[in-house]
Design a protein around this ligand. Structure first.
Ligand SMILES: [Zn+2]
Length: 56
């Protein structure tokens, strides 16, 4: 895999909001699953620390 800017998925059309702070989410580094909460980048960082399964 190449390094550099990570590919981001534009999810604005999904109208997602962060499950923690409610901030609108415009893009994600992965395609969101509808049955899972999504977080903004700031909150995702916190959750990643708590949940090692988010580490890739
Ligand atoms: Zn958030």
């Amino acid at each position: 895999m190449q390094r550099g800017p990570r590919k981001m998925f534009d999810v604005r059309h999904l109208g997602l909001t962060c499950a923690d702070c409610g901030a609108p989410i415009e893009e994600l580094p992965f395609m969101p699953k509808t049955d899972r909460p999504v977080y903004c980048q700031k909150c995702a960082r916190n959750h990643r620390r708590q949940n090692p399964r988010f580490l890739r």
